[in-house]
Design a protein around this ligand. Structure first.
Ligand code: CND
Ligand code: ZN
Length: 376
């Protein structure tokens, strides 16, 4: 029997306040309003950005349903939706693409004005939520919320993908892979023969390593305080790995020494700490080095950079979702995956049923996983 137009009762992992585990509870998911899409989630990856909410480092409105790296099937659509229809396989987009605002129209822009990245209001564009639990409003996360059997997103926050794509793999195109890979390809525009350093070798950092390799970098130095991440980093393209804890001097000085005093051409901070953002900036060439901030630093944190680091010519920039225009690029990235232009297998270390979500987060917090994928 069709569920279109009706409230759906289903299981969701709700966080009621920071520093508490997920509780799997029954929620009510309202039907999609005009220009909205209701999606049945098939698979969702566990990303550090979700964990930044759990730890309280990033501030959001509670209660909330996290998750932003997923694949699902469209269950029903609201009035006026034209780009997807029931039965389509889709990826929800934590950076939307409305196609009409100035960043969407500008060739260099990808942070559509409909985004809720950094503001984290957690509501639909009409200021309401489609989620409730026992009569209480539950917020969404970055316009997606995928740790639930059903979610509702704006049409700008969903892309139709190849129906044959495996959900438990291509869900990573919804965040981790695209963010890291795009940081190297689109945001840094790494050139052949260049030297790169990637700080943080989790799912997003390893994807940045893969992007540097695809761009033809000749040296890719992985930096992580967990040496267990090194074999995988080398498997995906790092030419060498260093652990800052093995040295007496700051890691930026180590990297300058490793590059005969020049510094690297491109550095990437893929951790989410201001001290490593400064170290990454200081590691790159004083004249033409570019450092790209990918990691999400705690809400209200600030960073002080001596102007002298920049005036000589270094570039400091940031990237959200690897600079991709999401709705246009995600289907293409999925086709590239299907044509074996890149692999996602090295990034996926664990898969588990959705109700084991707390185990997935424990593996991330203890540094034992790269990506865990929850299967619904
Ligand atoms: P994950 O936790 O898997 O990886 C981080 C890595 O950093 C781990 O391997 C840690 O051991 C390592 N690390 C921690 N502290 C240090 C340190 N002081 N020095 C060196 N290494 C360290 O995280 P992830 O790969 O899922 O995400 C990485 C960051 O990217 C995180 O901050 C996340 O919120 C952010 C992000 C940004 C965007 C975007 O669009 N900009 C999208 N998704 C995630
Ligand atoms: Zn993410």
């Amino acid at each position: 029997m069709s569920t279109a137009g009706k409230v759906i009762k289903c299981k969701a992992a709700v966080i009621w306040e920071p520093k508490t585990p997920f509780s799997i509870v029954e929620i009510e998911v309202a039907p999609p309003k005009a220009h909205e899409v209701r999606i049945k989630i098939l698979a969702s990856g566990v990303c550090r950005s979700d964990d930044h909410i759990l730890s309280g480092e990033l501030k959001v409105n509670f209660p909330i349903i996290l998750g932003h790296e997923a694949v699902g099937v469209v269950e029903s659509v609201g009035e006026g939706v034209t780009s997807v229809e029931p039965g389509d396989k889709v990826i929800p987009l934590f950076v939307p693409q409305c196609g009409e605002c100035s960043p969407c129209i500008h060739p260099k822009g990808n942070l559509c004005k409909l985004n809720d990245f950094g503001t984290f209001f957690g509501l639909m564009s009409d200021g309401t939520s489609r989620f409730s639990c026992k009569g209480e409003l539950v917020h969404n996360f970055v316009s997606t919320s995928t740790f639930t059997e059903y979610t509702v997103v704006h049409e700008s926050s969903v892309a139709k993908i190849d129906a044959a794509a495996p959900p438990e793999k291509v869900c990573l195109i919804g965040c981790g892979f695209s963010t890291g890979y795009g940081a190297a390809i689109n945001s840094a525009k790494v050139e052949p023969g260049s030297t790169c350093a990637v700080f943080g070798l989790g799912g997003v950092g390893l994807s940045a390593v893969m992007g540097c390799k695809a761009a033809g970098a000749s040296r890719i130095i992985g930096v992580d305080i967990n040496k267990d991440k090194f074999p995988k980093a080398k498997e995906v393209g790092a030419t060498e790995c260093v652990n800052p804890l093995d040295f007496e001097k700051p890691i930026n000085e180590v990297l300058i020494d490793m590059t005969e005093g020049d510094g690297v051409d491109y550095s990437f901070e893929v951790i989410g700490r201001t001290d490593t953002m400064i170290a990454a900036l200081t590691s790159c060439n004083m004249n033409y080095g570019t450092s790209v901030m990918v990691g999400a630093a705690p809400t209200k944190s600030e960073m002080t950079v001596p102007p002298g680091l920049i005036i000589t010519g270094r570039t400091l920039k940031g990237t959200v979702f690897g600079g991709w225009k999401s709705k246009d690029s995600v289907p293409r990235l999925v086709s590239d995956f299907m044509q074996k232009k890149f692999t996602l297998d090295p990034l996926i270390t664990h898969t588990m049923p959705f109700d084991k979500i707390n185990e997935g987060f424990e593996l991330l917090q203890t540094g034992k996983s790269i990506r865990s994928v929850l299967i619904f």
